[in-house]
Design a protein around this ligand. Structure first.
Ligand code: SAH
Ligand code: SF4
Ligand code: F3S
Length: 476
């Protein structure tokens, strides 16, 4: 049953921005030029959240630094998806002891998915006294108010209440690049895959209104962005909570209709509800990149069921076949978890054979990590860390071999790429991406950054392609 989608009233965001102005007056008094550092862990959704944190901080008058010792405010935006991510965060927060000692007025905030878990917020409260402010993803919209409380009352503030989450429009954004942009179209997740913490820390699925997404997309195109990635934990659920009849495929088409030369990408599409309509729409929309990231997680039906993924191997393979029928040149990438509780050698073999069958252009592989409070955490598991490590290495080897083979097939071809940055290395000083998202290194004038170019692929390896710029006019 559809629940009422909660929104933060525009007046509330206005109030936050007034607080930004007050903080600005305070921190820039006597001509001071305060600096902030936002350190981001985790997925693109978190990167997008950090752009909001920086947007607020910029309005508060902060400049930005990457040096912890120089920062007046440090915000650590955390991830909880695997234990490794949490350990890194805790290690790095612990190390801020030194910076705070050197700069006792420094304010340290820890936000994001990790601290939305009660036990982690508790751990920080107890064991990390240098942390002044803790807030979960649901409180991000009121970061200015929380920070002002810390500044005025000189006390620690903790705000990570249990919440289904809301949609807040109008938060200022400070984007990282000028070529590629993230565009969140929805927040939260309702899927409750049994291994995953995201639904617990990010709340229920909620979509932004199509008009808000479109306005942001138009502004990005007008500002010269050439590569727009639509973000959601499962973009295929887009619009289900709005009841207005605009689904994800419709949204792609609406963005595709915006005049201009740019690419549309998206992450992530869940195989349970990736539809033929989506693939047809991708094929019909000339601005939609020929790239599908479709996380399969496992090739074993038994494990997929225990993961609560709502599809089986046959359905997944049929989707890939349909997508490739519409787009023969489609780049397909995936995520795979190795060592889910009770995954047998046979189950793992099923994953290997699925990968051989699909031949993914790239695979993001993870060893299962137990997450407190998820159903999988209490599933018995007779396999050892060594078993899992061995399988992980076997899978990585397979992934690398297939990527290298796929990359080799590009050699000799001429492709259109978007030049997106400098590598800092000679002779291939520029980086670029193909329409399908493959990395291409090339040599050229940095003035090309932000433009499309024709490139002949001359060499390749597992991770990248290498190319030579072709003359622009009448390019092949
Ligand atoms: N919403 C996306 C995934 C977000 S998390 C989707 O459903 O596709 C990104 C990836 O992290 C997942 O696809 C999964 O492969 C991996 N992951 C999530 N929880 C994990 C866990 N507990 N242990 C290991 N990997 C995990
Ligand atoms: Fe996690 Fe599954 Fe939701 Fe992805 S769809 S965020 S893996 S619960
Ligand atoms: Fe991590 Fe939260 Fe993203 S747990 S993967 S930062 S949604």
């Amino acid at each position: 049953m559809a629940t009422i989608r909660k929104t933060i009233a525009p007046g509330e965001i206005e109030r936050q921005r007034e607080i930004c102005a007050r903080i600005r007056a305070r921190v820039t008094a006597d001509g001071a030029r305060p600096l902030a550092l936002v350190d981001t862990y985790g997925c693109q959704q978190n990167e997008a959240d950090s752009e909001k944190l920086r947007g607020y901080l910029a309005e508060m008058g902060f400049g930005f630094t990457s040096d912890e010792f120089e920062a007046d405010v440090i915000v650590v935006n955390t991830c909880a998806v695997r234990e490794h991510a949490e350990m890194r965060v805790l290690g790095n927060v612990g190390a801020l002891n030194h910076t705070k000692k050197a700069r006792p007025t420094q304010i340290i905030a820890v936000c994001g998915c990790m601290v939305q878990q009660e036990h982690m917020a508790g751990k920080i409260k107890k064991s990390y006294p240098i942390v002044d402010l803790v807030f979960g993803p649901h409180e991000l919209w009121r970061f200015p108010e929380l920070l002002e409380t810390v500044m005025e009352r000189h006390r620690r503030v903790f705000a990570a209440e249990k919440d289904d989450g809301a949609v807040a429009e109008g938060i200022p954004l400070r984007r990282d690049g000028s070529v590629k942009a993230w565009l969140s179209i929805m927040y939260g997740c309702n899927n409750f895959c049994t291994y995953c913490i995201v639904p617990y820390v990010r709340g229920r699925e909620r979509s932004r209104l199509p008009e808000d997404v479109l306005a942001e997309a138009r502004a990005l195109v007008a500002a010269g962005y050439k590569d727009i990635t639509l973000l959601g934990q499962n973009v295929n659920s887009y619009g289900k909570d709005l009841g207005g009849g605009v689904d994800f495929a419709d949204l792609i088409r609406m963005i595709n209709d915006i005049p201009g030369e740019f690419l549309i990408r998206f992450m992530t599409s869940h195989p349970r509800d990736a539809t033929e309509k989506l693939f047809r729409t991708m094929a019909e929309c000339e601005k939609c990149a020929r790239h599908l990231h479709l996380p399969v997680q496992s090739g074993s039906d038994r494990i997929l069921k225990r993961m609560n993924r709502h599809y089986d191997r046959a359905k997944y393979l049929a989707e890939i076949e349909t997508a490739r029928r519409y787009m023969p040149d489609l780049v397909v990438t995936t995520d795979i978890i190795v060592g889910f509780p009770d995954e047998s050698e046979e189950d793992f073999e099923d994953t290997l054979s699925l990968c051989e069958e699909v031949r993914f252009d790239a695979m993001f592989t993870f060893i299962y990590s137990k997450r407190v409070g998820t159903p999988a955490a209490s599933m018995p598991d007779p396999y050892t860390r060594e078993d899992k490590q061995r399988r992980f290495e076997k899978l990585t080897e397979l992934a690398n071999r297939i990527s290298a083979e796929k990359h080799r097939a590009y050699e000799g071809k001429t492709l259109r790429v978007l030049v997106d940055g400098e590598t800092g290395k000679e002779p291939y000083n520029l980086s670029s991406r193909t329409n399908g998202g493959r990395l291409v290194h090339l040599q050229g004038d940095p003035a090309l950054i932000g433009s499309f170019a024709e490139v002949k692929i001359t060499a390749s390896n597992t991770w990248a392609l290498y190319g030579k710029l072709q003359p622009a006019a009448g390019g092949g």
